[in-house]
Design a protein around this ligand. Structure first.
Ligand code: ATP
Ligand code: MG
Length: 212
């Protein structure tokens, strides 16, 4: 009797859907940089039809190092623990945002981004996160890492002319370099997609190795 009750409970537990969350690992930009990017967005916006691009809220602009997708909620503690050991081996480093462009190309813009000056330290950090996550059983990103911060996305229902014009505006924009900043930490975020802007919640801050 007892046994069959336990058995039943076990089966019920096993068949419960696993709770997952959508998550990613990113570098959060300082507010001053978010403001500078918002000014660039304003300049671009003025030169194209208002309905062309869905701009990212400046507070949400970040540099994704690893998109995890849906992960079991119960894995979060382990990811925090294992990645902490890895990330704190990396010394803080300087990042410089420079130039804007579009994916897949300025001829056919879908994602509008601000680029980053080449930084070996950034590449090392990204690779080490990627390989640690692989050890934890997560798929490795097939596409090569392309460091960028997304500032806008071309909307779904736009005319061909709007797309062409958007690309022209992006291509001729010379934003120069923004202020450099020191990356002191990396964040694990939860992302909840909504009808409007996604909601990002910080789950953990991984401190890099302090320089001083
Ligand atoms: P939305 O999907 O509503 O436009 P978002 O892309 O900002 O919002 P998410 O889709 O949760 O929010 O993505 C979080 C971060 O991960 C973003 O920086 C996004 O560019 C990046 N990302 C999303 N999907 C992938 C993917 N398949 N590969 C690499 N990076 C991704
Ligand atoms: Mg997305």
């Amino acid at each position: 009797m007892e046994n069959s009750h336990c058995q039943k409970k076990k089966i019920m537990l096993l068949s419960l859907p696993m709770k997952t969350i959508r998550a990613f690992i990113a570098i959060t930009l300082p507010q001053s940089i978010q403001h500078q990017l918002a000014e660039i967005r304003d300049t671009l916006q003025k030169e194209m039809e208002e309905t062309t691009v869905r701009w990212v809220n400046p507070a949400n602009i970040h540099l994704t190092l690893k998109f995890l997708g849906e992960i079991p909620e119960k894995d979060v503690t382990n990811i925090i623990l294992k990645l902490s050991g890895e990330i704190r081996l990396h010394p803080e480093f300087q990042l410089n945002i420079q130039g804007i462009g579009a994916f897949p190309s300025v001829q056919q813009p879908r994602v509008i981004w601000a680029g980053l000056q080449e930084a070996d330290a950034l590449m090392r950090l990204q690779r080490s996160i990627e390989s640690k996550m692989k050890e934890l059983g997560y798929d490795t990103e097939e596409r090569p890492f392309s460091a960028h911060v997304t500032i806008g996305r071309v909307k779904q229902h736009v005319t061909h002319q709007q797309i062409v014009n958007c690309g022209i505006v992006v291509a001729r924009q010379d934003i120069g370099g923004l202020d450099g900043f020191i990356v002191e930490s990396v964040e694990l975020y939860r992302s909840e997609l909504t009808r409007g802007a996604p909601i990002y919640t910080r789950l953990h801050t991984y401190r890099l190795k302090p320089r001083f």
